[in-house]
Ligand binder design. Structure first.
Ligand code: AHM
Ligand code: MG
Length: 333
């Protein structure tokens, strides 16, 4: 069987299909190398003394893990000198990171959640990296936060790495979704799946049910019906999974279908949800739609939301199309 590396795959996309240019290809290669470095650090775990808290907080007031900080540094350092980026933004930084003046600037903006699911690091459960690529608006030479505030539909590329039993990189350039597996011996990401498709129907759901008492009525109604199983309105039994790493939950859905919900709840009325729009919901929504699924905040397609802040939060309901449509239908009722 012909082994296609990520680099070969990208060069073919550039040559045959014109879907990317050399700068975007470089960007994806650099991000994939950074993900490989993060994967190696995670693999060392306690041996490298990288587990546990960093003793600091990020802009959202969340305690940072050492690996949150390390992963953020790896992505910044890898990406700042190549000349493909105009600026970067991260879950772990209050403001966009400007490209130092000694380096050339490119036309793209890169956003990332360097280590998603960080509550799972210390217990050896899958974590990941999520990233989104936008074009820097014309005429903007020093991109500030406003340059990043583009709807998810404007993304030119999105992807995630999942650091699990295997390290995987899942990527969309807006023409379907491909999955690459890291060959730890050669250090290359090898194409292992193209044209990933999420089944339209599913019997599996993912939600943190400990928040049930805070949910809004449409989500409560939906989950109550799933829990009632065969004896309820749906007339069949459903299975539940919750990894608490969005990358792992979304990857399962991309592989075998399912619906993932992190809805708005009443714990803190000032927050529209837990997950962040720009570097969690948007890239995942882009990937899920490219695989034939759907992604909504209950009222609106996630990719159509006009962002108001770099770190804004959003309710997320994504996965198998028919189930997502049912939940959005309950919001409209
Ligand atoms: P993080 O980016 O700080 O790790 O937070 C996001 C994570 C998601 O990966 C996951 O779906 C969710 O938080 C889990 O939250 P909870 O612990 O409330 O179930
Ligand atoms: Mg996250």
């Amino acid at each position: 069987m012909r082994r296609v590396t990520l680099m070969q795959y990208l060069i073919e996309q550039e040559r045959q299909k014109d879907w990317i240019n050399a700068d975007l290809r470089l960007l994806i290669e650099v991000v994939s190398r950074a993900c490989k470095a993060i994967s190696i650090a995670i693999g060392k775990g306690e041996l490298a003394g990288i587990l546990g808290g960093a003793g600091s907080e990020n802009v959202q007031g969340e305690a940072q893990k050492k690996l949150d900080v390390i992963s953020n540094e790896i992505l910044l350092e890898a990406n700042e000198w190549g000349g493909h980026l105009a600026a970067m933004a991260s879950e772990e930084m209050d403001h966009p990171h400007q490209i130092p003046h000694r380096f050339p600037r490119g036309e793209y903006l890169l956003l990332f959640d360097p280590l998603d699911g960080s509550s799972n690091i210390d217990v050896n459960i899958s974590v990941g990296t999520i990233f989104s690529v936008l074009r820097c608006p014309e005429g903007v030479s020093e991109p500030d936060e406003r340059a990043f505030l583009q709807p998810g539909a404007a993304q030119v590329c999105a992807g995630y790495a999942v650091y699990g039993p295997s390290t995987l990189l899942v990527l969309t350039l807006g023409h379907g979704v491909a999955c690459f597996t890291l060959d730890r011996e050669t250090g290359s990401f090898i194409l292992t799946q193209e044209g990933m498709r999420i089944p339209e129907d599913t019997g599996e759901f993912a939600i943190n049910a400990s928040n049930m008492r805070f949910w809004e009525p449409p989500v409560r109604r939906y989950i109550d019906e799933l829990l009632a199983g065969r004896s309820g309105a749906r007339g069949c039994d459903f299975n539940m999974r919750w990894v608490a790493s969005m990358v792992a939950d979304v990857h399962r859905i991309l592989t075998r279908g399912g619906i993932f919900l992190y809805p708005r709840d009443s714990r803190d009325p000032s927050k529209a949800g837990k997950l962040r729009l720009m570097y969690e919901a948007n890239p995942m929504a882009f990937i899920v739609e490219q695989a034939g699924g759907a992604a909504s905040n209950g009222h609106q397609r996630i990719l159509d939301i006009r962002p108001e802040g770099l770190h804004q939060r959003v309710a997320v309901i994504l996965g198998s199309k028919n189930e997502v449509e049912r939940v959005t239908g309950y919001h409209a009722a």
